[in-house]
Design a protein around this ligand. Structure first.
Ligand code: SF4
Length: 375
């Protein structure tokens, strides 16, 4: 859940101008300016404007492509699955925390999402994601607030931990999806969707009925329950999970006692692969379907990067898409932990890349690392 060179925070600072250039409506543009939670949207719950996108909108994903969710929308099953997840919020089990709080009555669990209310930080074309997602029209990124991991080094902590964003109705989320498609984005990229999976499916059903045809990117920490992933089977075209840690002790230390992160994430990634397979771009180079794994290399091998690469090589096809990310920077509370209070070195990054190559992984997204310093 990170950009290739520019951090998301840096990107968001300039994104309002980008939205203006792209011609996004006020609905999307207003979501490009995160605020503190106290600055609640005066328009929260306002009726969305009529959609500006028709079913005849050209599909940036390429001719002949049909997203997985469309079939389930036509049969009515997408709506049923949305209702199933919605009901699960009565004793919330949408993520591995399994808090059991009644979000339908407004309670918040570990993620701090305010009951069943959707809070969105921004929606815009993103040009810092993986190239097959960005293409020429951008990845239609929707940043959702709050998080169930709350990592101490989070670069988007204002959004994930303070919940900086706007309350939005499900219908407004559907409208954002359609607008992003309408301005040429190749996909709808849902960042940190796990705790909002129920309203997301409801919005997707509405958007599909109004002409949405680009693939959904499920941009997740990877820490997902199998029961939820089974509900998403046939809905999500592109899974974009992190594989953050090899060692549960590290996960517990830096991600709020999530000691089972490695085992849960490994099972989740295998299930994602079972559903969508190896990531395959269309003839235009734009990704349409598949699994794209992200791994952030951290200082002092905190992430266990070589073991992560070895597990991928042993358990998934060798041409599995793996983005080895170099852009770790100490943010938020990272300076409280001396071992992660610096960027990685060039040697640390190259070692992971060389290990992955030696293991036979052939579909590596290796970022420019000229800017990393030597040890
Ligand atoms: S989604 Fe939030 S409330 Fe639900 S189980 Fe996870 S952390 Fe708890």
């Amino acid at each position: 859940m990170s950009d290739c060179k520019m951090t998301r925070r840096e990107f968001l600072k300039g994104v309002s101008a980008c939205c203006l250039q792209a011609g996004l409506s006020a609905l999307v543009l207003s979501s490009c300016k995160p605020t503190t939670p106290s600055e609640d949207m005066a328009s929260a719950g306002a009726k969305p404007s009529p959609t500006q996108v028709s079913a005849a909108t050209p599909t940036p994903a390429g001719s002949g492509f049909e997203p997985a969710y469309l079939k389930l929308h036509r049969t009515g099953e997408l709506k049923e699955r949305a209702e199933k997840l919605w009901a699960m919020m009565e004793s919330c089990r949408l993520c591995p925390r399994e808090c059991g709080v009644n979000r339908l009555e407004g309670m918040s669990g570990f993620c701090r999402a305010p009951g069943a209310t959707l809070v969105i930080s921004s929606a815009h074309p993103h040009f810092g994601e993986e190239r097959p997602l960005v293409g020429w029209g951008g990845s239609g990124t929707i940043f959702l607030t709050h998080c169930n991991l709350r990592c101490v080094f989070c670069q988007n902590w204002e959004i994930s931990q303070l919940g900086a964003g706007y309350k939005r109705a499900v219908e407004e989320l559907a409208e954002m999806m359609l607008q992003l498609q309408g301005i040429g984005c190749h996909n709808i990229n849902l960042v940190t969707p796990t705790h909002y999976s129920a309203p997301i499916l409801k919005a997707l059903d509405i958007a599909a009925g109004n002409g949405l045809r680009v693939p959904i990117v499920y941009n997740t920490s990877g820490w997902e329950r199998l029961e939820i992933l089974e509900v998403l089977d046939g809905i999500v075209d592109i899974y974009l999970p992190d594989f953050k840690y090899w060692d549960g002790e590290m996960a517990a230390k830096y991600s709020s006692n999530a000691a089972n992160y490695p085992e849960v994430t490994k099972a989740a990634i295998l299930e994602m692969h079972r559903q969508v397979g190896v990531a395959k771009p269309g003839p235009d180079g734009i990704m349409q379907r598949g699994l794209m794994i992200r791994h952030l290399v951290m200082p002092n091998n905190v992430a266990g990067s070589e073991q992560v690469m070895a597990w991928i090589a042993e358990n998934l096809p060798k041409d599995t898409y793996v983005n080895i990310m170099a852009q770790y920077a100490p943010r938020y509370k990272a300076y409280d932990y001396p071992e992660i209070a610096r960027r990685i070195t060039r040697e640390e990054y190259v070692k992971v890349v060389e290990t992955a190559q030696a293991l036979g992984l052939t579909n590596l997204d290796i970022q420019g690392y000229w800017w990393l310093e030597d040890e």
